[in-house]
Structure formats: structure tokens, C-alpha cells
Design a protein around this ligand. Sequence first.
Ligand code: AMP
Length: 577
Amino acid sequence: MSPVTQTAFSKLSELCEKVVSTTKRLEKMALVGELLTKLPLEEVEAAALLIIGQPFPRASHRVLSLSWSGLFNVLKELYKPSTDEISSLFRESGDLGEVVRRLYQKTGRVAQTTLFTSPLTIIEVFQTFTAIADALGTGSRRKKIAFLRSLFMRATPLEAKYLTKILLGDQRIGFSEGMLEGTIARIFKLSLPLVQRANMLTGDIGKVTRIAREEGEIGLQKVRLRSFTPLLPMLAAQAKDVSEALLHHNGESAFEMKLDGARVQIHLKRNGQPKIKVYSRRLSDVTTSLPDVVTLILEEVTEPSCILEGEVIAVGVDSRPLPFQHLMRRFRRVRDVERLVKEIPVSLFLFDLLMLNEEVLIDHPYTERRQRLSTVCGSIPLVPQIITTDFQEAEAFFASTIQKGHEGLIAKRTDSLYKPGIRGKAWLKIKESLETLDLVIIAAEYGTGRRHRWLSDYHLGAWNPETAEFMMLGKTFKGLTDAEFEEITTRLLEIQVGKRRNVVFVQPKIVVEVEYDEIQRSVRYPSGKALRFARIKQIRYDKSPEEADTIQRVNEIFEAQFIRKASTNVVGRTPPT
Ligand code: AMP
């Protein structure tokens, strides 16, 4: 199909505008349904994904790796906006796509489409997103920018709005993936659970839409779990403590240690020459980086075929676990792997079995999967686990897990099925919260969407007595109520000292008590440290900035964390006890 006969991207942008302008669910579904039935079949996959703001299927390993600043370079060149103009437009709408549309309209430019350059099409946009993601290595930034320019040069203002929204992962038109599943079921007269299951197994709602339209029920029924097509991992919601987990799981949970490593999904098939692939949590193929894991599996797992899941942790001298950052050095590596295998040895702990000899097990209960896993894993350890109804026993297991330096527990409902890509209550993570830090807000950013009127993203700093300055440790937009946002915004604007783009710099006066999951080393901040998952526990208007925690205190907690981890004794293939 030549671009001339393809459907214009403007059709999709206009549809998105209509969808966002109605609050009625059924109306939204009817609008999307109409387009998906009318488009040429070859365009359906791309259109379905773009409507819900996915430049690639969920199961794809592709990422755009684009930031607002990259995109801004192109927009600057085309629309020549001033920084003030952008911040005021942004404050009005809270939507960067809308900002781009208005800027574009003000320039009075027209899209550069001539006899030789036809209007943008849905397929072209989709393919260019892929090209942007695939631009890697030296010169990739330049290439990405060139692709962006090629899109925006030819776009109309409305198209530019939706390009921006999809590129920045900010589609927000009130039409979710779940609604798309519902639409597919409705327009092609299929059962919703069948559509949902196909989406779960493929992780590709675009493909599911095409199969539904082309082959209907029979086609969707043929969709199955296949070796070497990685499955989205099942995720865990958060629970405060073991008693909350027991409560959610009707009194009985399987508590597994939560090891602080990296998740791996291993696909093995022995058909003559064995084939094995190891996928990361984001479904990238990391087989080359983990030859030791590959050898271990080939030695220990003798079944003809299976899909296993587990956690890989890094171990240092004396076989003690190392912080997560060390492990990441192994994961990204494709060159010099052998040296790193020696430098950063890893241990594998298995926790799930998703397919065994072509029998799909994700619809079988947790206890059965775990039991069958124990019969196929050879001498590879399973993640240590207890099944209990007893709160005290669970508490003791949690305490001993933390004492050994692990992150916490994952409580799994004993009858739970494996739900790919779902973060539900069937799995609950329980972590130890570290001691809180009192930090000072040194700058703040306006939020997006509902929060666009408020300064709702805070830059947090700790006092460094040596240099007499607050040093940034991270940002957070979590933890405050609407009323608190309202009040703190007023107070922050009173102490504003400057502004750059969306960032308002303030006098370091307001102290907040901050919870976080971990203190990490960081090259991003001059302090050399960053908080992982920071959230505000409370605003401490009662505290003065002089009472805030210091960089020294942050370093002490960081060290204590490290010692706690390093004191664990995890040896090679022996499970932590
Ligand atoms: P989080 O990254 O905090 O959302 O926690 C979920 C991650 O914990 C998973 O993606 C796994 O990498 C990891 N994990 C560690 N131990 C387990 C376990 N026993 N079961 C499932 N996931 C685990």
C-alpha cells in the first residue's frame, strides 16, 4: 500500500479529539469501534495501539528513549516559542500536546505537504516511532531528532498535538486498554474474556484487534502461550505488613522472600540442539549477558521444554549479595561478558513455572505450579518460602528475611493463577520501610493533568555543612492531599526566587518528612546519592531548615543499608535460609 492510499493520521487525531470530548463510555467505544471496522486491515494494528497511546505493543522490547527536552529542540526550531510562552500555555491546559497545538497555530505555519509530500499517514507515524526506537548507538540522538523533525514538519496542529502526547506517553483521552478490549468484543461480537486472554498472552492489543477482525473467535482461540514469545510478568501490589496480606488472602498466604535482584523469564526447548533464551522483566533478550545462568539451566533442567521464572542476584567475594546496581552492570553487557561473569558472579533462585512440556500452567493454582517447579529445577534453589495462616510465624519470617539483608516478602495467594502483566492483590509485596529523612524543598514543578495548577513535584535536598548548601537527593510528587497541594503551592510561590521552564526555584524553607525504599548511589546529583521511590509522609511546617537531615546522615543510612545487605550469606546454589 503506498502512502497515497493509506489512511491519514489526521483521521486518528480527529477521532482522539472526539473521544476526549465525551464522557460517555459507550459513545467513546462506538467512535473507536467505527474506525477500527472501517480502516484497511493492514492499518488496524497500528491504529489500535496509537489510539491508546502505545507507540509499540506492551510486550515489545522497544523504547523511544525520548525526553521533553529532545522534542523541545525540534519544536523550538519549528515554532520558535519563548520559555515564558510555554510555561503560561502549560499552566492553562496542563497538557503538553495542547501546548504544542496552540504554539503551532500561533505561528500561522502550514504543514509542509506538497504534491510530493502527501499528508502523514497512520502507518508512517507508526513506522517512524519504530525507527526512532531503533536508532541506537553513536549519533542516535541526531537520528532521533531527524525522525521527529520529519514527522512534525508534515503535521497539522492537531496531528502535532497527538504526536506529542503519544511520544511523551501522555495520551490521556479517557480511553484505556481495558476499554479497547471491550470495544473489540462488542464490535466483532466476541466474548470479553476471550479477548482479554489473547491480549494477556500476546501482550499486543494491536495484533489482537487484527486477529479479532480477520479471524474472529477461531483466530483468538488459536492464540496461545508459545516458547520464545516472552510473557509479561505478573506484578505485586503493596501491603503494609504481613497481617494486611493475610487479610487479603482469606487468612492464608505463601510468603516468599523478596530477593533484591533482577527478574528473569527463561524459555527452554530441547529439540535436538537445546535452545534457551533469558528475558528481562522488560522482556529484553539478555541471554548473551548471562552465560552462567544458561549453563546452569542446561545442566540442571532436563525437561524437554519449559518456561521458568526467577530472580538473579549478584554475589560478591565470600558469596555475599551485592547491591542491585552491581547486577545491572551484568545485565547491560554484551561485550567482555566473560570477565564480568568472573567479576560479578550471580545466583539464580526460581519461583514460578509457567509452561511445562507444552502444558500451559498459568491457569493452574500457585501451589501446584510451585510443587511442579520443585520437581523440574534439579539443584537450582527455589526462593525460600513458608505457607502459613499464623501471623506470628509470618512476622518471624519477615524479620529473619530482613535480618539476612533481603528486601522483604512477597505474599502470594495459594490458589492464585498467574496473571501476566497484572498488578493485583493476589501477590502483595511487603517491604521494610527505612527510617524517614527530613528534607528541604529546594524547587518545585507544576504537575500535569488534574495537578497542573499546583506545584506538585518537589526537588528534595539535604544540608551539606561543608559546602553550606542543600544538595538534591531526588524528586517526588507522592504523598500529599489536594488541600495540602493547594496550601504548599501558595507558600512556595511566596518564597519563589526564580524560574526556569516548568521549575520554580524557592528559598529552602519548607521541611518535609520523606519515606523512600532505598538510598542509591547516583551520578545524576552532585550529592552522589539518590532516593529510590521517595514519597512525602508529612509536611513539617513545625521544623526549620536547620533541623533538616544532613548529607552525612544520608551517607550513614546508605552505609548501614549496605552492611545489612552484605551481612547476608547467600552461597552459590544454596538457598538463603
Ligand atoms: P517491585 O520491583 O518492588 O515492584 O517488586 C517486584 C519484583 O520483585 C519482581 O519483578 C521481581 O523481580 C522481584 N522479586 C523478588 N523476589 C520475588 C519473588 N519471590 N516472587 C516474585 N517476584 C520477586
